[in-house]
Design a binder for this molecule. Structure first.
Ligand code: SRM
Ligand code: SF4
Length: 552
């Protein structure tokens, strides 16, 4: 089969250098050369344009308003307060100023002009942050359950995110040469046994869940590790492979898939080996001609689970043990103060769709800067797009709390209804080139209209997850929501129902191509049905799955 055009770009890129240096110095355009657009992703960046301004600029015969989005690599989503302070100022100096917490526990900055990319990355480098491999056909930001209060072993397990991230970094020095002006060592010396010349066929995602918390949606990952803790001891990990959420409207060959648990592994060395070899299988067997079928989930389905497992065990040189028991009991974030087993304190803060900014009467960005400037906590990002101010000693808790009170952040947490706290949206418009409909700019408005309907049925305190994405790629993990809204065109969404509250079951398309009124009416009907006939304690998603013929 013929190679896709991106495969050829990767292969001839001289270790991901391409003509990036030339693209950067071309002052005639705010864009970079088309092949470099593919390569810049491997350096954690996307070329974008302001879609709100496209028509007006086209009428004036102006070039699109190009800018770049930079996504940092923050394994496990943990920053020091010094790093947060610096990120705050870097965002203000070079980007739109909004720090966007993503669904994979990292930060994105939008609206960075071409000439400002290098200064931005150099400033991040000063605080030991980079964007290497945050995008592209490589392993992305490794995520890990964020809540230290839920396990005394959190630190130990969390450290795996760092180790795996480092293990899976590309060997090329291109990032340092192109963006940080490091002297060229030469691409000839850069042998990369993992990625070789053509890297992976597609993006690759790894996540670590610490039961009972499935805040990372472990079954949506290419490789999901589930920590097995028995008698307060880390015994090892169940390893799952082949998760992925994207689909394509009208094309059944592209589908979301939950990762399949392959077995249990009991030592760090073996876990790292298995993760590595799953990547080499995907490298060697993944589809390199059709990018729509290139994710690991398709490789696994193509090979079949038994053959995939056999190949994995052969490459690893050891057999996987039978899957061990675990139980997930929670996926959402408990907001407010929580102590951990070692007596430190953590404050989880509601951040609507991960947008840290001062807006709508809430000075979130200023408040977080004030907290960070005390140096008394760390910053943890959750895969639900919220922030946990973490690792605060009992004697420092009051000082942090005074700042939270000054900026009314307790009220901010309390004012968010249950459905709002459990809502998630992807970026979509105005920057995402693939968006067919709004998501993060519209979901807050939609939730305001949904709240009175929930109140009417007396279920306003229920934790019902609502996730909206501007297209079926599923960046806000909409296929795993109890109520998933998937953009199909301006103001129109497919309504998916029947996901569960823990991320263990995919939802299904219930109704197609609905506008706001139609969605609200349909939910009104389903809520009435739910309240009338649910079993005690039954979640909305489970009720719908059991009682409504969705997509079946
Ligand atoms: Fe995503 C592409 C934003 C998490 C599946 N995603 C994009 C791009 C880069 C659009 C593009 O290709 O040009 C979006 C940039 C929008 C912008 O302006 O910022 C984008 N994805 C995001 C983020 C920022 C959503 C958010 O609001 O938080 C998340 C960044 C995560 C990170 O820090 O790395 C984000 N994307 C996800 C997830 C969820 C997850 O990983 O937990 C998924 C579904 C899981 C999966 O991968 O299957 C996801 N994004 C995609 C896909 C579909 C991939 C596929 O299998 O076909 C695309 C399109 C593509 O790759 O071609 C995509
Ligand atoms: Fe863009 Fe679609 Fe991802 Fe939303 S789900 S950020 S619209 S690619």
């Amino acid at each position: 089969m013929s190679l896709s055009s991106i495969e050829k770009i990767k292969e001839s890129s001289k270790g991901l250098r391409g003509t990036l240096k030339e693209s950067l110095t071309d002052e005639h355009t705010g864009a970079i050369r088309p092949p470099d657009e593919a390569l810049i992703k491997f350096h954690g960046m996307y070329q974008q344009d302001d879609r709100d301004q496209r028509d007006e600029r086209a009428q004036k015969k102006l070039e699109k308003l190009f800018s770049f989005m930079i996504r940092l690599r923050i394994p496990g989503g943990l920053l020091t307060s010094e790093q947060w302070v610096a990120a705050h100022h870097i965002a203000g100096k070079y980007s739109t100023g909004v720090l966007k917490i993503t669904t994979r526990q990292t930060i994105q900055l939008h609206g960075i002009l071409k000439r400002n990319i290098k200064p931005t990355l150099k400033d991040f480098d000063k605080i030991k942050l980079d964007s290497i491999a945050a995008c592209g056909d490589v392993n992305r930001n490794v995520v890990c359950s964020a809540h230290p209060n839920l396990s005394s072993l959190h630190k130990k397990i969390h450290a795996y995110a760092d180790t795996i991230s480092t293990l899976c970094l590309p060997k090329t020095r291109a990032f340092y040469e192109v963006w940080l002006d490091e002297e060229k060592i030469g691409e000839q010396n850069e042998v990369d046994p993992l990625y070789q010349e053509r890297y992976l066929p597609r993006k690759f995602k790894i996540g670590i869940a610490i039961p009972p918390h499935n805040d990372i949606d472990v079954f949506s990952q290419d490789v999901g590790l589930i920590a097995i803790i028995e008698n307060n001891e880390l015994k090892g990990f169940n390893i799952a492979a082949g998760g992925g959420l994207s689909s394509t409207h009208g094309n059944p060959n592209n589908y979301p898939r939950l990762a399949t648990v392959l077995g249990f592994i009991d030592s760090e060395e073996k876990v790292l080996k298995a993760v590595y070899e799953i990547m080499t299988i995907q490298r060697d067997f993944g589809n390199r001609s059709d990018r729509k079928r290139a994710r690991l989930k398709y490789t696994l389905d193509q090979m079949g689970v038994p053959a995939f497992k056999e190949e994995l065990e052969k490459r690893c040189g050891f057999a996987l043990q039978p899957e061990r028991q675990y139980r997930f009991a929670k996926r959402n974030d408990d907001l407010g103060w929580q102590p951990d087993p070692e007596g430190r304190w953590h404050f989880a803060l509601f951040v609507e769709h991960g947008r840290v900014t001062d807006a709508d009467g809430v000075e979130l960005k200023s408040a977080l800067l004030a907290v960070a400037e005390t140096g008394l906590c760390t910053f943890r990002f959750t895969c639900n797009q919220h922030i946990i101010l973490s690792d605060i000693s009992t004697e420092n808790k009051n000082e942090v709390d005074e700042i939270l009170k000054k900026f009314h952040l307790h009220k901010h947490n309390e004012n968010a209804s249950a459905v709002r706290k459990n809502s998630m949206a992807c970026v979509a418009l105005n920057t995402c080139p693939l968006a067919l409909a709004e998501a993060q700019r519209y979901l807050p408005v939609f939730i305001t209209k949904l709240e009175p309907i929930l109140q009417k049925h007396g279920i306003e305190k229920d934790d019902i997850s609502v996730r909206m994405t501007g297209c079926p790629n599923g960046c806000g993990r909409s296929p795993l929501a109890e109520i998933g809204l998937i953009g199909i065109g301006p103001g129109r969404y497919n309504l998916h129902l029947g996901g569960d509250a823990l991320g263990l079951r995919l939802n299904k398309k219930h109704k197609e191509n609905l506008n706001e009124t139609e969605i609200l009416n349909e939910l009104d009907i389903q809520f009435a049905h739910y309240v009338r006939e649910r079993k005690p304690g039954q979640h909305f998603g489970d009720f719908i799955w059991d009682n409504v013929r969705i997509g079946r």
